[in-house]
Design a protein around this ligand. Sequence first.
Ligand code: CA
Length: 619
Amino acid sequence: MRVLLACCLWLSAFAPAAHAAQVERIEPANWWIGMRHDRVELLVHGEGIAATTPRLSHAGVAIVDVQKTDNPNYLFVTVQVAGNAKPGAFDIDFIEAGRIAATHSWRLDAREPGSAQRRGFDARDAIYLVTPDRFANGDPSNDSVAGMKEAANRADPNGRHGGDIAGIRKQLDYIAGMGFTQLWPTPLLENDQPAYSYHGYAITDLYRTDPRMGSNEDFVALSREAKAKGIGIVMDIVLNHIGSGHWWMRDLPAKDWINRPDEYVETNHRRTAIQDPHAAPEDRARFVEGWFVKAMPDLNQRNPQLARYLIQNTLWWIETAGLSGIREDTFGYADTRFLSDWAKAVLDEYPGFSMVGEEWSNNPAVVAHWQRGKANPDGHVPHMPSMMDFPVHVALRDALLRPEGWDGGWMPLYEMLANDFLYPDPGRLVVFAENHDTSRLFAHLDGDLGLWKVAMAYLATVRGTPQFFYGSEVLLRGPRERSDGLLRADMPGGWAGDAADAFAGTGLAAAQREAQAYIRALFTWRKRTPLLHDGALTHYTPADGVYVYFRHAGTAAATGPSVMVALNRTDAPVTVPLARFAPFVRTGMRARGALDGVEVDLGDTLVVPAKAATLLELP
Ligand code: CA
C-alpha cells in the first residue's frame, strides 16, 4: 500500500498538467434525430476544459466547430446530427496533450411521431393559470429538500408552501371538467434562491425541474397525462434573466454573458423606449440591459453563444415535455433582435406551435409591435403568434369601475377593442381579467359577484384565447393593491386538512359554489361553441349601461347563426330595444339561453337583469 501511494505521488508530480481538465456538465445533455435545428452547440463546463480538444465517434454525428471564451472552464462544441444518425448514448472524449483528459456521455434520441406538426393553443382553447407552489401539495415529502437554500414555511405568504407537480397531476380532471384545455404553470424550473423562490422566475438551472416541484420525469408525466385529458401544457419561459443563484454566476461562461456585470443597474421599466422614435439611446439601453431586480441578473442575448443556448433550451423543453405552447416572461426586456431570432427558430421547428409574450403595457400600439405580421417603422420583424392583451385587461377593469358617462361605463372597453386594427391578428391575443402579478378582479370589484360574472362572461365570449387565474372560481380575493404572496394564495383543498376543498366542492360558501358553477358552465359552453372560437365579432356602442355584441359566421350575419352577448353593468334591469341589432335579431326569433338552455321568443325588446350577462344562441 505504501509503495502504491508513493508511486501515485511520484506520477502526479510529473504529470503534464498540474490539474487535468474535467467535465462537470454538457448542455443540452441530449438531442434528437430529424430536427430542423440539427447543428447543436454544446456548452461544456469543467475546470480547464478549454485546453482540450473534443473527439467523438458515432455514426451520423460530427464535430463541426469548437469555440472558446475568455473563461478557460468552457468550451462550445457544435455537433452536426445527420438525419440517418443512430439513436443511443455515446462518449465525447476531451483530449489534452495526446491523452484523454475527460470523458462525458451524450445521447441522441428518436423524436415522437408528429412532433414537428404539433398544434399549439389558439382561440379554441381556454388557459388555466396556476402558481404551482400554491395550487396543490401532492407530495409533502418534497416540501423541503436537503441542500436547497429555502425550506417550506406555509405560514409565510412569501415563503414556499409545498405545492408541486404531483398536486397538479391529481387535479387534471378538475381542470378539464371546468372547461379548460390548456394549463399554464408559472415556472417549474430550479430556483435555488434564499428567498421568494416559490414564484419561479429566478431560475438557477435552465435544464432542471426544481426538486421541490418534482423531477424532469414528473414534468413529462404531467404533460402526458394532461394531453390524455385534452389539456395542453403552456410552459413559462424566461429569456430575460436568471436567478442570482444560477451556477453560471459562480463561473460566468464569458464576461459579457450578463449585462452590466460590474455595477448593479436596474431597468427603468420604460418599455416604450423600444418603439419611441425620440427615445434617448441611454434610456433604451437601460431598459434592456438593466437588471429586473438584484436577485435576477440580466442576460446579454447579444452574446451569440448565449443566444443559441437559450434557443436550444426552448426547443429542448418543447421536444422533451411535449409542450403545446409557451408563455414568455418580460418580453420586451430582452434584446430585440434576439427575440425575433428566438421566436423564428421555434416556429421554423414547429410551424403550428403557439407562443404568447408578456408585454405589460396598456398601449395596444406597443403590444402590437411584437405580434407576427406587424410591419414596424423601425424594421423590427416580430414572430410571436400571440401576445397577452394587457390593454383589454386594464380597460375591462376600468369599464366595471368607472361611473356611467361619456368616457365612463363600458366606453373604455368598447373603445379599446376598436384598437384591434393595430394588430395583425387580434384573434390570437390572450385575454384575461387578472394573472399572478395583478391583483384579482374580485378585489377590485369589492366582492361584487354580479359584476364579476359579467366580466367572466366577457372573457369567455370576446375574441382571443381566455386565460383564467386559479382560485378565482371559488372567489379567492386577495388585496386590492399588489401583494404577490397574498395574491397567490393557497387553493382551498390543495393541502391535507384544508377546511374547504374547491376540487371536491366541499366546505365552500354559497357564493363560492355559485361562482364555481358559473365558470364551469361558461367555459364548458365556450369549449363546444365554435362561433366563440373563430366567429367574427360585431359590437354596438354601449347604451344605458348595456354592452351588446355578437359572435357570428363571416360578415353576412343575417343569414347565419350567432351568439348574442348583452352585458348589464348597472344595478337595475335594463330594457334593451332590439331593432338596432336587426341583422342578427329578428322579431319572433326563438333564442336559446346559452347556459341554461331555456328557449325564449324574442320580441321588440330584451330585459337584461341587473349586473348580469345575458348569453343567447340565435338561429
Ligand atoms: Ca410538496
